[in-house]
Design a protein around this ligand. Structure first.
Ligand code: F0G
Length: 428
């Protein structure tokens, strides 16, 4: 292969190679998932200098927290072809109350809810929609628990491409369905769960010639790698001890593993952080697989309040296994009760997130209690989505649950009189 043939797509199962512009959604030989293989032309010092130089950009693609890292994402792309909001540039926060609750002193929170549509999906979607346009797609599609569909709808609208989304009936949070409809995607509400939606989206995209932009699409993962690249850059390229993230369909876990492998191989970091992928107990096939050394691909009927990760048959299983193995990582699960408590703490610290995102901080607290994470470890927990994605979860927890949970903040209805205000304040 000549250097100009890179990046190329390679089947993770049989090793078959496809050109970068081949629009296949899976390996034509064996049906395996495809990944992008890069041949970086810069060394670590050159990349670090390039990335730093672009950080202050006020205009153009360098403003994007995805495309700023394009040498490691999609180096061959022409700037004019890029469909960018822009996205990325999310903060790395510390909040005393969250650190104290989790039991980890300097807990860092990478808040991906600060992306344009309110979730980390925008980082993958800018790359996937850019690639869809480069390969002359006539339409794009996805199955989703809500965030991918919101993001796809927004980026497809920007690219002026028709979008088709499949979402599970009754299990998509209000903010996400509102975004998907408002941004103009053709929205199909499927009487089934996410796994049914993905099977249908795969079938429909093959037979109708529509490009599938779920995280089985390798270009999605290239964009999502920049969550890790950006947080490493924010830490001065000093790897933390742990990176903790919620896990559902396992695209993000796979992207994090690939980012770390590549960053380590190039020399951007000198040691590997450990990944901790956290699932909801009622939708934890990957955690169950981990407990048995990934002997079998586990499948479950999923149930959890964290609808974003209500997934029983994760599509990126094999590559997520690789991510956990390569980083000496672990997989754990947390109950809905632990997720809701973590969310209440994160929300009350003024940070806020949706339920699935809080699984990462709940996971940190659990791994701390179990002695896996030390109080002095440098830990980054990723919050994947914004609080306003799921207003129903907030109302249910604070206003509707009986008896009120310990952290419930009940609003009080009063008559418009000062005496009423005084009466309420006296009671506290
Ligand atoms: N957190 C949030 C807020 C999500 O929306 C998702 C996935 C995850 C975590 C898990 O990431 O699937 O890569 O392991 N949401 C997908 C969707 C399934 O359709 O929006 P994953």
């Amino acid at each position: 292969m000549t250097a100009s043939a890179f990046p190329l797509q390679q089947c993770e199962d049989c090793g078959a190679r496809l050109g970068e512009l081949d629009p296949a959604s899976a390996c034509p030989t064996c049906g395996g998932l495809l990944e992008l293989v890069h041949a970086p032309r810069h060394d670590a010092a050159e990349l670090i200098a390039l990335f730093a130089e672009r950080r202050g950009a006020a205009v153009g693609i360098d403003v994007s927290g995805v495309w700023r890292y394009r040498e490691l994402v999609l180096p061959s792309v022409d700037g004019d072809a890029i469909v960018s909001h822009p996205e990325g540039n999310t903060p790395l926060l510390t909040r005393r109350a969250v650190s104290a609750w989790a039991g980890v002193e300097g807990l860092l929170i990478k808040h991906e809810g600060h992306n344009p549509t309110g979730s980390f999906k925008d980082r993958g979607m800018t790359v996937a929609v850019t690639q869809a346009r480069r390969t002359s797609a006539s339409a794009v599609a996805c199955a989703s628990t809500g965030n991918t569909s919101a993001s796809l709808a927004a980026y497809a609208a920007h690219a002026e491409l028709p979008a088709l989304v499949f979402v599970p009936a009754g299990n998509v949070a209000l903010g996400k369905i509102a975004q998907t409809i408002a941004y103009g995607a053709r929205t199909l509400i499927v009487r089934g769960n996410f796994d049914d939606c993905l099977a249908l989206a795969r079938e429909a995209s093959t037979s109708l010639g529509i490009q599938l932009l779920n995280s089985v699409n390798p270009f999605r993962l290239e964009g999502q790698k920049t969550i890790v690249l950006e947080l490493l850059e924010q830490l001065g390229w000093n790897a933390p001890d742990w990176i903790v993230l919620p896990a559902g369909n396992l695209g993000n876990t796979s992207a994090f593993g690939k980012a770390l492998r590549e960053a380590r191989a190039i020399g951007l970091i000198s040691r590997m952080p450990r990944l901790a992928a956290i699932q909801a107990s009622g939708a934890a096939p990957f955690a169950r697989g981990f407990a048995t050394g990934f002997h079998d691909k586990v499948r479950v009927e999923p149930h959890t309040i964290a609808t974003a990760i209500r997934i029983g048959a994760p599509a990126s299983w094999n590559r997520a296994v690789r991510a956990i193995r390569d980083t000496n990582g672990i997989v754990a699960d947390v109950s809905d009760g632990e997720i809701l408590e973590a969310k209440a703490v994160i929300d009350a610290a003024g940070v806020g997130c949706e339920p699935a995102s809080a699984a990462s901080v709940a996971g940190v607290a659990k791994l701390r209690r179990d002695g896996v994470i030390a109080a002095s470890d440098r830990v980054v927990a990723v919050l994947t989505g914004h609080l306003l994605k799921d207003p129903g979860a907030v109302v249910a927890y604070h206003q509707e649950t009986e008896p009120p949970p310990a952290r419930a903040n009940r609003p009080i209805e009063i008559e418009p009189r000062l005496s009423e205000v005084e009466r309420v304040l006296r009671r506290q």
